[in-house]
Design a protein around this ligand. Structure first.
Ligand SMILES: Nc1ncnc2c1ncn2[C@@H]1O[C@H](COP(=O)(O)OP(=O)(O)OP(=O)(O)O)[C@@H](O)[C@H]1O
Length: 864
């Protein structure tokens, strides 16, 4: 097959060029200048004309974006697809079936993947969103299964929604193929008990997830004899999801699966991985399975339409009228330096998209942000085009599965014109054509931003993506240096399958499934096997029969648990949930994980769901139920709480990287297991219109604890004294310095600001907080972030100092660009920027001195 050269270089367009393009071409189609006003500010237009993405950019320049919000426009040029004929070795029947689904030719990469798979090679396909990855596995699977009546396949998806989506696709293909005995079934937690035995015995394609493999299929593998003995293919789609702690667990589940297939059932299935683009797709897939060889396909030959990518910086606040600059110039300047709310900006943009016929997903980092964006967008639509108020919805975790399926299909059918969604919609669930995506803040990784933006323009039409910046340093950095964003390399997918703790956990499961044998099992579990097995023997979890030559080397599970897999969760999923019930309809509105419940529902809380306001009347702790009713309220509520971190010494979840010898800036930071406890003691009632607190109510709720990991460093006594010598309060400085580290962390490690927490000083709680800077992993159980932070602590301290000392803000409490963070448990109340600078300098100096002295000591003792 001959490859053709294509041009897909991104083209930079400056705002000035855009203006001149606008002047040369006709005026924007929408010339309704009246506009929607909220609180006296123009927040959108009244027009309803359908606009193409490029026209929308013009329209925004003339209207909503008039205050210079558009910091940059980048155009990704369209590229043509490179098609080839469906290979000759694909049967006439399969070709005809594909024809019925309008697939008459293949993209070059599809044909390449299919040929490799049919020749028995395992592959990883790492091409862009909507590049036809599903056919890379569906064609070889149906081709093989239609020829051999025994052959089977196992499909693994990370979510139930994706499994449902894939089932629909496969059923269409099966219908077109007309092979009645090609039974396909989903085997997950939602599969009714009465259907399970039939699926186990009859399905030739089973669609499942890693959790189900772990707790059900592998522990009861003999019940799956039919499929495991005939297993020809294992498909792992959306493989990029398997990273961090979840990836580590999944890799060990996949190794257990390979071992059982080969040792018990004599099958050696071909693996087909599909993944979003990452820096290391092949290495990542190999680490997930411990396969020696995998063919990589990453050159993408699918067509794509042009995409316009806008960077949108909310305007600086304007203060009108009778302002007396002379009176307190400093404070006025500080206020002037603040930008308007990115949440409002996204809401206005969302309304514009919907009004002008661009189907849109507004990606927000948290569930609460989704609800706020929906609610504010509806406020604009009420003024601009009332009939569209219900054409938008929220899509996020927490909603019951049935509600989410309804939103997916309404979006697909066009009943909905837009959704405000969390990353739950980032994965490839087919919601039909999307024209535009909005991104409220940087999602944490470039890979994730491209994945989200890839949800629009999936067919041949141009599309638009707008990234709206928060005031935080990372977002502002990208607004200032757009090329740093567009040129930023895609991150690696990190999996550490050698984590000894996780390996031991899965070895107990593996030994229960089939006795372990060092000689045979090292090829699945690598070199850590011997050490982990001996640890398990010492714990009394593995036992052998010493009488025979063979049985002596076979180690069975003899530990205390009947089903060891039941005690091991692959992802930090909480099983304990609170339900929120609408009293008047008895409808369950949401299920909230226990760790988050008391932030949202308590007696007197104002709770938002699909943009509707409810008042919580009662929280029943015994039944874990919050009862509420719809209420039109002019205020919202915010809990008052504090979080204590108890660092547990010794036993590390992840091995400590001894960064004394590494290339990183040296520091004595440590990473330890920790216990995080949140206590709630009250809540504020705050007027929506003015953001003014008007009431404070006490609360008595049980505290909530979870285990995680933290990285921390001690503050030297000299730094504390230096702060106090300036008449500054140490705890204010410590709090601000800790925030600065949280703010710079996403520049160095793959995470969101909200993934990491720190010890936040509470204005009403005068307890002494430990003299340390500590960053902890906010995910119950931890996802390995503390370990990454610990290795980079030296760099983070230097970057934090630079951030705070170069920030031009003048208020003692700093600004969101330096020491404030939206993730602060204490609403950024107890902060002091000047003291933070002294503390950060003090730690950096102390660490430098320590290592210099250490080096001198080594040299003096003859060591280098
Ligand atoms: N060879 C082809 N010819 C025409 N259309 C195709 C071809 N291959 C795939 N498509 C269409 O492209 C769309 C996207 O395909 P698919 O969902 O498989 O992409 P994907 O890469 O798996 O997407 P995601 O990254 O979101 O998971 C589908 O509508 C599919 O029918």
């Amino acid at each position: 097959m001959k490859q053709r050269q294509r041009t897909n270089m991104p083209l930079e367009i400056s705002v000035e060029e855009l203006i001149s393009i606008k002047q040369q071409t006709s005026r924007s189609k929408c010339c309704n200048t009246k506009g929607v006003k909220i609180n006296g500010h123009r927040v959108g237009c009244l027009g309803m004309e359908a606009l193409e993405p490029v026209e929308m950019i013009e329209h925004l320049k003339e209207g909503l974006g008039k205050q210079g919000q558009i910091a940059h426009v980048k155009k990704f040029e369209a590229k043509e697809g490179f098609y080839v004929e469906i290979p000759e070795n694909i049967s006439k029947e399969v070709k005809e079936a594909l024809g019925q689904l309008s697939i008459t030719r293949l993209y070059y990469h599809q044909a390449e993947a299919i040929q490799l798979v049919l020749s028995g090679k395992s592959v990883v396909v790492a091409t862009s969103t909507s590049s036809g990855k599903s056919l890379c596995y569906n064609i070889p699977v149906v081709e093989t299964l239609s020829k051999s009546s025994m052959a089977c396949a196992l499909y693994v998806f990370p979510t139930k929604a994706l499994s449902q989506d894939q089932l629909r696709t496969l059923l269409k293909l099966k219908e077109a193929l007309n092979i009645p005995d090609l039974n396909i079934g989903i085997y997950d937690g939602d599969t009714p008990k009465e259907d399970r035995a039939w699926i186990r015995d009859n399905a030739r394609i089973i669609i499942t997830n890693p959790d189900m493999l772990h707790v059900s299929i592998l522990p009861h593998h003999s019940q799956f004899q039919h499929i495991l003995s005939n297993l020809r293919f294992i498909v792992i789609d959306e493989a990029h999801i398997y990273k961090g702690a979840f990836g580590c667990h999944t890799s060990l589940v996949l190794r257990r699966l390979r071992r059982i297939c080969s040792t018990v059932y004599g099958s050696n299935p071909t693996f087909i991985f599909c993944t979003a683009t990452s820096a290391n797709p092949r290495e990542h897939a190999m680490e997930l399975t411990n396969l020696d060889n995998l063919e990589l396909i990453q050159k993408d030959w699918s067509p794509c339409s042009p995409k316009y990518f806008l960077l949108w910086n909310p305007p600086l606040r304007s203060i009108g009228g009778s302002m007396n600059l002379g009176k307190d110039e400093k404070i006025v300047k500080a206020v002037l330096n603040r930008r308007t709310s990115p949440i409002m900006e996204v809401s206005y943009l969302f309304a514009e998209m919907v009004q002008h016929g661009l189907k849109c997903i507004a990606f927000c980092k948290t569930r609460k942000l989704c609800e706020l964006v929906l609610s504010y967008t509806r406020d604009v639509l009420k003024e601009a085009s009332k009939h569209l108020v219900d054409a938008i919805a929220v899509y996020r975790a927490g909603y019951i599965a049935e509600d989410r399926r309804k939103i997916e299909s309404d979006l697909f059918d066009g009943k909905l014109r837009g959704v405000a969604a969390t990353s739950a919609l980032e994965l490839g669930i087919d919601v039909g054509h999307i024209d535009a995506t909005l991104h409220l803040g940087f999602p944490g990784t470039v890979a994730s931003l491209w994945q989200q933006a890839g949800r629009s323009g999936r067919r041949a039409k141009p599309s638009l993506a707008i990234y709206v910046a928060f005031e935080g340093p990372l977002d502002q950095y990208f607004m200032k240096f757009p090329n740093k964003l567009f040129g930023r390399p895609i991150e690696h997918c990190q999996v550490d399958s050698r984590n000894p703790k996780v390996l031991e956990q899965h070895l107990t499961c593996a030994a229960k499934e089939l006795p372990l044998c060092l000689q045979y099992d090292e090829k699945y579990f690598s070199f850590g096997l011997q050490q982990a097995m001996s640890a398990l023997r010492n714990l009394g979890h593995l036992g052998n029969n010493p009488s025979g030559d063979l049985s002596k080397s076979m180690w069975s599970y003899i530990g205390p648990e009947k089903n060891p897999s039941h005690g091991i969760s692959l992802r930090a999923i909480e099983n304990e949930k609170y339900i929120v019930l609408d009293k008047s309809t008895n409808k369950v509105l949401e299920e909230i994980e226990e760790s988050r419940a008391f932030f949202q529902v308590y007696e007197g809380a104002v709770y938002l769901n699909q943009g509707i306001t409810y008042l919580v009347d009662e929280l029943q702790l015994s039944t874990k139920t919050a009862l509420c009713h719809k209420a039109d309220l002019k205020y919202y509520t915010k809990t008052r709480d504090y979080t204590d971190i108890h660092v547990v010494g010794g036993d590390l979840a992840y091995p400590l990287v001894n960064n004394f010898e590494s290339e990183h800036v040296k520091s004595r930071a440590q990473a330890n297991n920790c216990n995080v406890t949140t206590s709630w003691f009250g809540f504020y009632k705050i007027w929506k219109a003015s953001n003014q607190i008007f009431d404070s109510v006490g609360l008595s709720l049980p505290s909530y604890s979870y285990d995680s990991q933290a990285a921390w460093i001690r503050v030297p006594e000299s730094a504390k004294k230096a702060v106090e010598a300036q008449d500054l309060v140490f705890r204010y400085g410590l709090h601000a310095a800790s925030h600065a580290l949280v703010n710079v962390a996403p520049l160095y490690i793959t995470c969101n600001g909200s993934d990491l927490g720190t010890e936040c000083a509470n204005p009403h709680d005068k307890r002494v907080i430990p003299e340390r800077i500590l960053l902890y992993d906010r995910h119950p159980g931890g996802i390995g972030l503390a370990w990454q932070v610990q290795a980079l602590f030296g760099e983070l301290l230097i970057a934090a100092l630079e951030l705070v000392s170069t920030c031009s803000c003048v208020a003692p409490t700093g600004c969101p660009n330096c020491v404030q963070t939206p993730a602060c448990d204490e609403y950024n109340e107890v902060l002091n920027k000047e003291a933070a600078i002294i503390i950060l300098k003090g730690i950096i100096e102390a660490e430098k001195c320590y290592f210099e002295q250490r080096n001198d000591g080594h040299e003096n003792s003859g060591q280098v």
